[in-house]
Ligand binder design. Structure first.
Ligand code: ZN
Ligand code: ZN
Length: 365
């Protein structure tokens, strides 16, 4: 059995803090996650783990200091190791690398780069333009979206097919370099591998070593009947892919509805300008007007003023979240006819006589 003080590289009178600090540093360095397939590193990690297990427990440490590894406690507190047997069955699998890194906050400076953490992909937003009629009836549009995915040539490693990324020799794959600055030990990202822990010697030609590529995906997007300009449709999981096994972001599709030459949208209501002549407005009339569902006869009551709104129930736009349709609002536009038929002219000439007998009231005083 190795001397646990030597394994951790601390003095025999080291404080509990010094032991903890030394342990964290070494455990980070030799953690199996950082050294996949490296048996020597794994062996070192077990030693470090075993040494810390012993020295972090005041009772065990006292026993070791008094009797040494082969003292009365051998086989007890030190596991079944015996002479030269190492530290035995230490369950190092339970020690998570991110715990070691995360536990460094505060006094030991900022957290260094580590294995990619699961991260949700970014949300994307795109706009679709639909015709006025399509917005009323609902439609399906195909939306192109550019997203970043793993390179299809190298599968995301960034290394030319047939080669593999290598463990960074500078940091031993940890991605961090510890720089001792007096009292504090600061972890800095390794410059050579930029904190990745691996270096790519032959970069993939397709993605130039980035491991990522942008592809255009096309999604069929259902625009609901009654959609308005600004209506948002969310496609869950169709945004940027996540990193490190994280979920993809969402795609937000914003609808842009083209204007109609005929109708003006007011929520689920539609406003339609209806030109009428003065006699029609004065005497009342029935006129044919268009609606999205076909023409209807509109009864204009006598004495209708310019700008008056006449409501035609249920002939507007569909309400977005169910519940039938809005109304059509016919807006009376009293207009002066530019041309009159002979009959119309004769009829209006008769009105001239009325004006002579009953002069109009002064409009202004
Ligand atoms: Zn590639
Ligand atoms: Zn490195």
């Amino acid at each position: 059995m190795k001397d646990p003080y030597a394994v951790l590289g601390v003095a025999e009178n080291a404080t509990a803090d010094e032991i903890k600090k030394a342990y964290r540093k070494l455990a980070r360095q030799f953690h199996p996650d950082r050294n996949p397939g490296d048996a020597a590193a794994e062996e070192r990690f077990k030693e470090v783990q075993g040494a810390y297990d012993l020295l972090s427990d005041p009772e065990k440490r006292k026993q070791y200091d008094t009797f040494g590894a082969s003292g009365p406690g051998a086989g007890g507190p030190f596991g079944g190791g015996g002479a030269g047997g190492g530290f035995g069955n230490i369950r190092f699998e339970n020690v998570d690398l991110s715990d070691l890194l995360g536990g460094l906050g505060g006094m030991f400076g900022r957290r260094g780069p580590s294995r990619p953490q699961p991260e949700r992909g970014a949300d994307l937003e795109t706009r679709v333009r639909v015709t006025f009629e399509d917005a009323l009836e609902g439609t399906t549009v195909r939306v192109p979206v550019e997203v970043e995915t793993a390179c299809h040539v190298c599968g995301g490693t960034g290394a030319e097919p047939g080669t593999a990324p290598k463990t960074c020799p500078d940091c031993g794959g940890t991605g961090v370099l510890a720089a001792n600055q007096g009292l504090f030990s600061l972890s800095q990202p390794c410059r050579r591998c930029r904190g990745n822990g691996v270096i790519v010697e032959k970069p993939c030609k397709s993605c130039r070593g980035t491991g990522r590529e942008r592809v255009t995906k096309r999604y069929a997007v259902k625009v609901p009947a009654g959609a308005k300009s600004g209506t948002r449709i969310r496609l869950k999981g169709k945004g940027e892919p996540g990193a490190g096994g994280g979920p993809a972001g969402d795609l937000h599709v914003v609808v842009d509805v083209a204007a109609s030459p005929l109708y003006e949208r007011r929520g689920a209501d539609l406003v339609l300008d209806v030109p009428v002549t003065y006699p029609e407005a004065a005497l009342g009339a029935t006129v044919q007007i268009p609606t999205p569902d076909g023409p209807v006869a509109l009864k204009i009551p006598s004495g209708s003023e310019h700008g008056k709104l006449l409501r035609v129930k249920g002939r507007g736009a569909p309400k977005l979240h169910g519940g039938g349709k809005g109304d059509l609002l016919a807006r009376i536009q009293v207009s002066v006819p530019k041309k009159l038929s002979k009959a119309e002219k004769e009829a209006l000439e008769g009105y001239r006589e009325v004006l002579k007998e009953h002069p109009r009231e002064k409009a202004f005083s």
